[in-house]
Design a protein around this ligand. Structure first.
Ligand code: IPM
Ligand code: MG
Length: 364
């Protein structure tokens, strides 16, 4: 039975990188008979331009019936002065929340071919393979009350609420422990329990859940220390689990260890395993439309999609192998530029991955 994938290119480089990911799906269709029905819709700034809202109703409807969603990126300077409710980011946050995509998996893997692209010394990052499990539909991103009010004296006050209920912590903790069970069985929960009550509860619930996972070695770390450890000795981590905002920050940090944020995919899953897949980088308006962006994070997001939502782990492996192959062949986009290697554009990189897949099929 054919699966339905909703394609949401979004803004900026989103359109270009998603087009390369679609090429890859097309090769899997042509060479291996992978049957996927793709539909495209607008979200973010593109949604606002088309329908006056960053999450058009039609898009949300399609998203709810799709088996998986592939998203490029949202945001751009032309939308920055819109009221918050109409900004592109609202489209993304709305999808996460409407589809209950509470579990965000953000791997930070250093491809051996890119050891020199990292801002850290090769020996510190060689072999790096971390999975950050970020809670995605709660915490300070969604907590009420929130707002900007004017006090009696005329001064304005801005506020947000950092809130987690026990069941929200429990379900993300379970995803993290399950993830750890499939890896090196070490889980570090990141919080700020020395200052915040909500973190104290977070920690208690994580400890409670850990009783169901006696084979996973659980540790706890304050977020400031975790940020430091990520750049000091990142290989100490296997799986990290944390709140929405801490995860936002730590996953960007971890991304840089791997050389380029242009290499990292992500999965956002709900309890049924359907999910949204996107590169962790943004819409990069400064290079949009110039055929410069690295499409590999989006292509690798397709691999995660095949593995986590479409039950096609073999195709996921094929894509990851093909990406390894083009890196071995010395192809580099500008963000992972290296001496002596040709810098290629977005579409050439996508073509190269597609060609590597095709070759794999012919050799099989
Ligand atoms: C991310 C992004 C988003 C976030 C923005 C675009 C709303 O930074 O996916 O990490 O903060 O979650
Ligand atoms: Mg972010």
């Amino acid at each position: 039975m054919s699966k339905k994938v909703l394609i949401l290119p979004g803004d900026g480089i989103g359109t270009e990188i998603v087009a390369e990911a679609v090429k890859v799906l097309d090769v899997l269709g042509a060479e291996y008979g992978l049957s996927i029905e793709m539909e495209t819709a607008a979200v973010g700034g593109a949604g606002y331009d088309a329908a006056g809202t960053p999450l058009p109703e039609e898009t949300l409807k399609l998203a709810k019936t799709a088996d998986a969603i592939l998203l490029g990126a949202v945001g751009g300077p032309q939308y920055e002065n819109l009221p918050r409710e109409l900004r592109p980011e609202k489209g993304l946050l709305g999808l996460r929340s409407e589809l209950d995509l509470f579990a965000n998996l953000r791997p930070a893997i250093l491809y051996p071919q890119l050891a020199d692209a990292s801002s850290l010394k090769p020996e510190i990052v060689a072999g790096l393979d971390i999975m950050i499990v970020r809670e995605l539909t709660g915490g300070i991103y969604f907590g009420q009350p929130r707002g900007i009010d004017t006090l009696e004296n005329g001064e304005r006050k801005g506020y947000n609420t950092l809130v987690y209920t026990e069941h929200e912590v429990e379900r993300i903790a379970r995803v993290a422990f399950d993830t750890a069970m499939k890896r090196d069985r070490r889980l570090c929960s990141v919080d700020k329990a020395n200052v915040l009550e909500v973190s104290e509860l977070w920690r208690e619930v994580v400890v409670q859940v850990s009783k169901d996972y006696p084979d996973v070695e659980l540790s706890h770390m304050y977020v400031d220390n975790a940020a430091m450890q990520l750049v000091r000795a990142p290989k100490q981590f296997d799986v990290m689990v944390t709140t929405n905002m801490f995860g936002d920050i730590l996953s960007d940090t971890a991304a840089m260890l791997t050389g380029s944020i242009g290499m990292l995919p992500s999965a956002s899953l709900n309890a049924d395993g359907s999910g949204m897949y996107e590169p962790i980088h943004g819409s990069a308006p400064d290079i949009a439309g110039q055929n410069k962006a690295n499409p590999l994070a989006t292509i690798l997001s397709v691999a995660m999609m095949l593995r986590h939502s479409l039950n096609q782990p073999d195709h996921a492996d094929r894509i990851e192998q093909a990406v390894g192959q083009v890196l071995d062949d010395g192809l580099r986009t500008a963000d992972i530029e290296a001496p002596g290697m040709p810098v290629v554009g977005t579409s050439a990189m996508g073509d190269a991955v597609a060609a590597a897949l095709q070759k794999q099929a012919e050799a099989a």
